[in-house]
Design a protein around this ligand. Sequence first.
Ligand code: FAD
Ligand code: NAD
Length: 561
Amino acid sequence: MEIRMGLIMGGKSAVAGTIEVRVGDRVEPGQTLLNTETGKGNRPFKSMVAGRITRICVEEGSQVRTGDVLFEYEEAADGSGADGREPAMDKNAAPCQDIKRMETDVAVIGAGPGGYVTALYAAGQGLRVVLIEKDQLGGTCLNRGCIPTKTLLQSAHLYDTFRRAGEFGISSGNVTVDMDKVFDRKDRICGENRRGIGFLLDSSRVTVITGTAQVMPDRAVMVKGGDSAYEIKAGYVVLATGSRPVMPDWARTPVCMDSREALDSRSIPHSLIIIGAGVIGMEFAFLYAAFGCRVHVIEYMDHMLGTTDAQAAAVIARTAKEKGIRIDLSSRVTRVLETDSKEAVVFYEKDGMEHAANAEKVLVAVGRAPEIDREAMELAGIRFDKKGIKTDENLETNMEEVYAIGDVNGRIQLAHAASAQGIQVIDRILKRPKGRESVIPSVIFTSPEIGSAGKSEEQCREEDIKVKVSVFPFTANGKAKIQGESEGFVKLIMEEQSRRIIGGVVVGPDASALIGCIAVAITNNLTDDGLSGTVFAHPTTSEAVWEAAMGLSTGCIHYHE
Ligand code: FAD
Ligand code: NAD
């Protein structure tokens, strides 16, 4: 006979807490069998029957819903349950999964660049660490984000270079692409990196558990879904559960894919509509166009790439056009239909009129939402909104000793930001004095790349900061010409009064590496002299940074406006 969960107020599920009985126990009406945690508080679940428990069908930490079978029992012969007989247990009953109990200093939930870096850093400082991941080590960044996209972009870049080989005096014949091999290489690189992370965690003595973790109201971490269930008592908990693509209802048709599906598709369609000219949209636009796909990007705003420097975005608009990428700005997509021939029709509003565009496939890149289990968070009482888990300036949530880092806290969606936040949290736990405020550079891997760090010109205008701006074009840089990539510039923004470099943008060759040098200057309060007084090797693209610094003081050497 079965004992089932009664009505849960509000129709929601509850979380099973401590189970108060064991198989074979005699129970009486009114006896507590299980403690449950519901949105309305903790409630004991009491027996309404008398008998012996023959099977436990619930795990501590699991979600239970109204009507779920929690226990099986055998009615006592006289109905009293107090007959003194040995329990009649079902020999074939699946044993209840044992809950392994652990104690640790830090429990980290999520093994993306936020979580696994936090775990490695904490372990390196002598803390005992448990890292829980429900999917693959490396998270979004390694498995469906930074690394796979940049690996594919590298193949695209090489293909492009081969096609331009004539410019360099090389005839390369008929260059072809084997997409299967391109995707195999991507998978191989991701796999190698995953194994590398596994090795590092192992050699740092981080305990890695596979399963879905959830924080309980008493801060214990329950894990299920893996080989065993766990209850982990940790001094500190770090939530690093990341984010997932936003897929509007109108995009839920088979012709639409998100970035993860695009990375798994192993093929390039003949034509593609990309909804959203943000970072993902534009990186994919250049990727697909390089492999010969006809790309049409549709963007709601009147500019592309969000808050990126307008001059840099204009360079990208120009190169996109040269590569045949069509971009419609100020256009809001309202729906997507699939035709009988399995092609996509995308409807969008522009200039007060409805337009339609056709393509083989549609990539939806309209933003990413925090990965939050709403019900679990509500039960635990951890505050969040649609942007993410709410944190204070120390990245602590409203639950003491529980922190949230990376994409899930909705501050900034970048891999290195997630890692930096994890290190910040561990330093705080170890009561280390807060270091200087560091800037978070960002790089957009379009063609050419854009790197940005510190304050933008627009921010300075808004904050009424008086600045001097210097721009040095790559057309005047020897190495850029050698590389055949002289499109773009280096821009430095200096606060007039202190002469400190407070912002910078690089669009052009090696932008992803050069922005690091500008980030060092900003973080360490370097002035224009600090940069222009440094000697940069020749011929390198880094000389463009030096020239831009010279432009702030005595003037550029190789460029006059
Ligand atoms: P994630 O990397 O999302 O990791 C979270 C992990 O938590 C996941 O593995 C997930 O399975 C796990 N998890 C979730 N819930 C649970 C749970 N309850 N229990 C156990 N585990 C759980 N950023 C850059 O800086 N540079 C780039 O070039 C770049 N390119 C990108 C390209 C694309 C296509 C995309 C989508 C993103 C890109 N990003 C890039 C953004 C970057 O991937 C994210 O900012 C970064 O991965 C966030 O790290 P995170 O650790 O916060 O979360
Ligand atoms: P995003 O916010 O950068 O861009 C989404 C774009 O979609 C916006 O410009 C928005 O106006 C547009 N949009 C929304 N609804 C629309 C509609 N109905 N019709 C037309 N346009 C619409 O988001 P994303 O590109 O999905 O990227 C998410 C995050 O991932 C980024 O913020 C970034 O931090 C991270 N990321 C970083 C890198 C990198 O560092 N190189 C690469 C990829 C992703």
